[in-house]
Design a protein around this ligand. Structure first.
Ligand code: FE
Length: 329
């Protein structure tokens, strides 16, 4: 009797001395801090879980996970672009999160086949054009932008950006390497200006009349449109399927709080979090049951490319070589 009492009294002290604190979840995040902070704070307030995060670019964060190895304080890794998520999984930094809830909330083409990461918001990379100088009838597929009718009228962001590497990788998945290289060569021939460092700069160049069309992530257009609702630029949805990518997350392989990481990941995929997770950056919720932000909805509906976004990672190196051969800087 006395012995049992002693154990009961000692148990919590022993637990806290050697077990990880289940009330704390550490997130390594390469998604903009202003985008994740309000959501993580809401989760913390609702659950009493102490959520901490470290923000950095994806490269340094992955390097950090690699070097911290089993000592890492991280429980969840969050980043933009399926290419980055794929790379983290390939480098053994993530572990599978087997979860009925995640599988039903997130469509199959937006998550890893081995459950190591899940898309949480969808970003569409599509064609933006000047409403002052382009007849929408002129617009078609991404491939059509390589047509000579666009000579001296096209703007592109640098091929160094993972968004374009993922776009070209997905084009390789869809069209094959040879056809894709032909398209990319055509784009380069049609350039009106040297490649831009950001999608925003590219959109500003269209607005300023430097070029007439380009390829951007829609939320960059949304940000400009929010500031200036009459901006003379519109979005076009390629009919063969719009290139979509994700921001997403996976459980860190060497987490000491697997349950806490899984609970947060499941919550991020749920109706409760999805609307805000996407709307704060004018993206699309990965969970198809959730309505999009009204400003985003006004751009109209589109058919996404349904090839699994992990192909963007698998074909990334090939895409980089292809763009180099095609002279896309
Ligand atoms: Fe971005």
């Amino acid at each position: 009797m006395f012995r049992r009492l002693l154990l009961t009294l000692l148990a919590p002290a022993l637990l806290s001395a050697c077990a990880p604190d289940a009330r704390e979840v550490v997130v390594y995040s390469a998604r903009g801090e202003q985008l994740i902070q309000p959501i993580l704070e809401r989760y913390a307030a609702q659950t009493g879980v102490d959520v901490r995060w470290i923000n950095d670019k994806e490269g340094p964060l992955m390097q950090r996970l690699l070097s911290e190895d089993e000592q890492t304080p991280a429980d969840l890794f969050l980043t933009v672009d399926a290419g980055n998520l794929w790379l983290a999984a390939e480098n053994g930094l993530l572990q599978p999160a087997r979860s009925q809830q995640l599988n039903s909330n997130i469509p199959a083409h937006l998550r890893d086949e081995s459950d190591r990461w899940f898309g949480l918001s969808v970003r569409a990379r599509t064609i933006a054009y000047s409403t002052e100088r382009v007849d929408p009838e002129m617009l078609g597929s991404y491939a059509d932008l390589s047509d000579p009718k666009w000579r001296g009228r096209l703007c592109l962001r640098t091929s160094k950006k993972v968004y374009n590497q993922s776009l070209v990788a997905m084009m390789i998945a869809g069209h094959g390497e040879e056809k894709t290289e032909e398209i990319v060569r055509g784009w380069v021939e049609n350039l009106a200006a040297p490649v831009f460092s950001s999608d925003t700069r590219l959109l500003e160049a269209i607005q300023a009349g430097q070029c007439d069309a380009g390829i951007v992530n829609t939320y960059y257009f949304g940000r400009l449109q929010k500031k200036d609702p009459s901006i003379p630029i519109a979005l076009h949805w390629p009919p063969e399927g719009v290139h979509v990518n994700v921001s997403g997350a996976g459980i860190v392989r060497h987490t000491d709080n697997r349950d806490g990481a899984l609970a947060l990941l499941e919550w991020l995929s749920s109706a409760e979090a999805q609307q805000e997770f996407a709307a704060v950056n004018l993206e699309y919720p990965a969970n198809p049951a959730i309505a999009v932000d009204p400003l985003v909805a006004a751009w109209g509906e589109f058919e996404p490319d349904l090839i699994n976004v992990s192909r963007a990672g698998e074909l990334q190196a090939e895409a980089v070589r292809l763009m180099d051969r095609a002279g896309y800087r």
